[in-house]
Design a protein around this ligand. Structure first.
Ligand SMILES: Cc1ncc(COP(=O)(O)O)c(C=O)c1O
Length: 381
């Protein structure tokens, strides 16, 4: 029997890659000056490294006319984009307008939008189709004369489905609606560089791509203005005050470079393991439902419902053998709002698992996981 559980939860977080750790190393103890102070040579040096990091990110993501704003992670980026843009819109126009999102967004989008509802804005949460994808017709039907912002994620954190972002962005552009998209789960896993210029505000997280935790990005069109959430120093174009964590920024920059460079190769490897995991599970078990479209999907994500068993017992039995997720890592033990939005019952949502594959997952891990999952399912039926 294996002593340590098999890790299949890489959509929650990834370890820092060795190259990322090496890149950060000098910035903890040697190059530690405040990059914003510019009062001495060491700070000027740190500032140059900060700006070089911004430029490297622009080059790696092929950005055009976008500001690169560092935040503490995707949660903060989503908050800054949504609260910051809506509040600025109200300040400029005196109107509480209408915002569109998807029911299956991450809570880091849905909860800031709930806050905006309390402040007076109108929010429509569109229910996706049964496969988790938004219907473009339904999206268009929900647009109103006062719709000023749309937030729809590129790839879902629970079911991995990839939304038609290019088309949504075209629809928004035509109607002069600002479009925000949460890219936390997709950078490094699918080809996205062509899409950056189509989306007005983009959220990226470092710890999903083998970078350090505590750092993220909001990419914003140059002509967009936001009300800051954190004030006190005017850093980051006045959008986000606070001394910048240079070690994390250097590590994140390296992680982006590696993720973009290896995207195709990594996606191929992840997809191969994901597909053998799925094949093995379907061959050995009846009553498994795949949640979300299998074709428009991240290569490292699998989300399954095991019918006719007790979900709580299922997860309890798996705990010591496979590290996986019962929904989103942030769902606080409640049945997944994503699976419920797809039409799964409470019972089905509870007996569902998200298995997400990482770069160090190997064929043995997949083989053992199929065996463990099959034995567990059999023992519960
Ligand atoms: C789609 C999505 N958005 C936002 C977040 C929050 O990211 P962070 O941990 O960088 O704040 C996550 C994390 O799971 C996510 O998957």
């Amino acid at each position: 029997m294996l002593s340590t559980p098999i890790l299949l939860d890489y959509q929650s977080s990834t370890p820092c890659s060795k190259d990322v750790v090496d890149a950060m190393q000098p910035f903890w103890t040697e190059i530690f000056s405040n990059p914003s102070s510019k009062s001495n040579l060491a700070s000027i040096n740190a500032s140059a490294i900060l700006e070089a990091s911004r430029e490297k990110i622009e080059q790696n993501l092929l950005l055009n006319n976008k500001k690169v704003v560092f935040t503490s992670g995707a949660t903060e980026s989503n908050n800054l984009a949504l609260l910051g843009f809506a509040r600025n819109y109200y300040k400029k126009t005196g109107n509480y307008g209408h915002i569109i999102t998807l029911k299956t967004e991450h809570k880091a989008v849905l909860e800031p939008l709930d806050q905006l509802k309390k402040e007076g804005f109108l929010v429509t949460e569109i229910t996706p189709e049964k496969d988790g994808l938004i219907s473009e017709d339904n999206f268009i039907k929900n647009i109103r004369n006062d719709t000023f912002m749309v937030s729809i994620m590129m790839a879902n954190n629970e079911i991995g489905v990839i939304q038609p972002i290019e088309n949504i962005s075209k629809i928004c552009k035509l109607r002069e609606i600002i479009f925000h998209s949460d890219f936390a789960q997709c950078l490094g896993y699918i080809e996205v560089n062509d899409i950056f210029s189509d989306v007005n505000m983009i959220t990226i997280s470092s710890h999903k791509i083998y970078g350090p935790k505590g750092i993220g990005l909001l990419l914003i069109d140059d002509d967009i203005d936001l009300e800051p959430l954190i004030i006190g120093g005017g850093h980051e174009y006045g959008f986000r005050a606070g001394t910048l964590p240079l070690p994390l920024i250097v590590g994140f920059t390296k992680a982006i470079e590696i993720a973009v460079c290896n995207q195709k190769k990594n996606a191929k490897q992840l997809l191969m393991h994901r597909n053998s995991l799925l094949k093995g599970l379907l061959e050995n078990n009846s009553g498994l439902l795949i949640n979300g479209s299998l074709t428009k999907r991240l290569p490292h994500n699998l989300n399954l419902t095991a019918l006719d068993l007790n979900g709580t017992k299922f997860h309890k039995l798996l705990k010591s053998k496979i590290v996986c997720s019962s929904g989103s890592a942030c769902s606080n033990g409640e049945p997944s709002h994503v699976l419920l939005a797809l039409g799964r019952s409470f019972k089905e949502a509870e007996s569902s698992i998200r298995l997400s594959i990482g770069l160090s997952t190997n064929s043995q891990d997949i083989k053992h996981s199929i065996q463990i999952l099959t034995d567990t399912i059999k023992s519960l039926r």
